[in-house]
Write a protein that binds this ligand. Structure first.
Ligand code: NAP
Length: 254
């Protein structure tokens, strides 16, 4: 059973490991946005497929029996490409989704925004001219927030050229490179030490990056959360590794 796992996430690594242990022949694919991902690993392809048609050709050429889309909940384009390519080739597709934070005990206290542009407008209104905003929305959406004056943007990796120069950021902005998992004490220290007036994040879900939400509540820091983009219609979804393994086993029996 040859399975393509679309990854770039901790979930992707865990799904791939579990499927391998269950006896599947697994190939993991990552976009290659970070230095560690670009280095690759055995059983990994990197750099993309060239859209839905490119992925469809790849699935046929590599004789893939099933695809598990374990990309980040905000990697919407890849999920839609996977749905289109699998429909084209008749390849079974499963979406692996970690639960979001909509049912978090504090969810009712946050301001929810449909997209980054809306979140940026809300943040500008709530933080005022002088309030410092902590952005944990990833690197690519930062352009939506450029009108904010005082920003600490935490990203997993900031790109640099051969001379060590990264993209310029507006005056008043600081980039903090760090990776989860984050603990509550550290998040409290960051919010208090950096005099953060509000937090803007996205509904990534999972436990690794959730501590900031409790820390913000403890310190009375308002929170804006960007809702997840819609995934493709009609794709079955698994919320646990065991369910993903069972789904692949079901495909093998067919
Ligand atoms: P995206 O906007 O959905 O995808 C843009 C393009 O990147 C896709 O069209 C595809 O290129 C390529 N791509 C994305 N994921 C891929 C994968 N797993 N394997 C091969 N190619 C992939 O994705 P994104 O938001 O830029 O995220 C890129 C990667 O980072 C994803 O793998 C995602 O799981 C991971 N990630 C994203 C976030 C986030 O907040 N967006 C956070 C953590 C990790 P082609 O059209 O050429 O195939």
């Amino acid at each position: 059973m040859r399975v393509l796992v679309l990854g770039g996430t901790v979930d992707g690594r865990e799904v791939a490991r579990a499927l391998t242990e269950a006896g599947a022949d697994v190939v993991t694919s990552v976009a290659g946005r970070t230095a560690s991902a670009r280095q690759g690993a055995p059983g990994m392809v990197t750099g993309g497929f060239g859209g839905a048609d490119g992925l469809a050709r790849w699935l046929a050429a590599e004789r893939v029996d099933a695809v598990v889309d374990a990309t980040h909940p905000f990697a919407a384009r890849m999920s839609h490409n996977a749905a289109a390519a699998c429909a084209q080739t008749g390849t079974p597709l499963l979406r692996f989704d970690r639960p979001g934070w909509a049912n978090h005990p504090l969810a009712g206290t946050w301001t929810w925004a449909d997209d980054h542009a809306t979140a940026a407008q809300v943040a500008a209104g709530m933080a005022g001219a002088e309030g410092r905003v902590l952005l944990t929305v990833g690197r690519q959406p930062l352009e939506h927030y450029r009108a904010l004056r005082h920003v600490l943007a935490r990203v997993a990796e900031w790109p640099r050229d051969a001379d060590g120069h990264g993209p310029t950021v507006p005056d008043g902005w600081t980039i903090l490179e760090d990776r989860g998992p984050y603990a509550a004490a550290g998040e409290r220290g960051l919010l208090a030490g950096e005099r953060i007036a509000m937090l803007v994040t996205k509904d990534s879900g999972g436990a690794a990056t959730a501590a900031k939400l409790d820390a913000a509540a403890e310190l009375d820091v308002p929170v804006v959360v960007v809702r997840r983009p819609r995934g493709p219609e009609g794709v079955p979804v698994a919320h646990s590794i065991a369910d993903a393994v069972a789904w692949v086993a079901g495909c093998a029996r067919r």
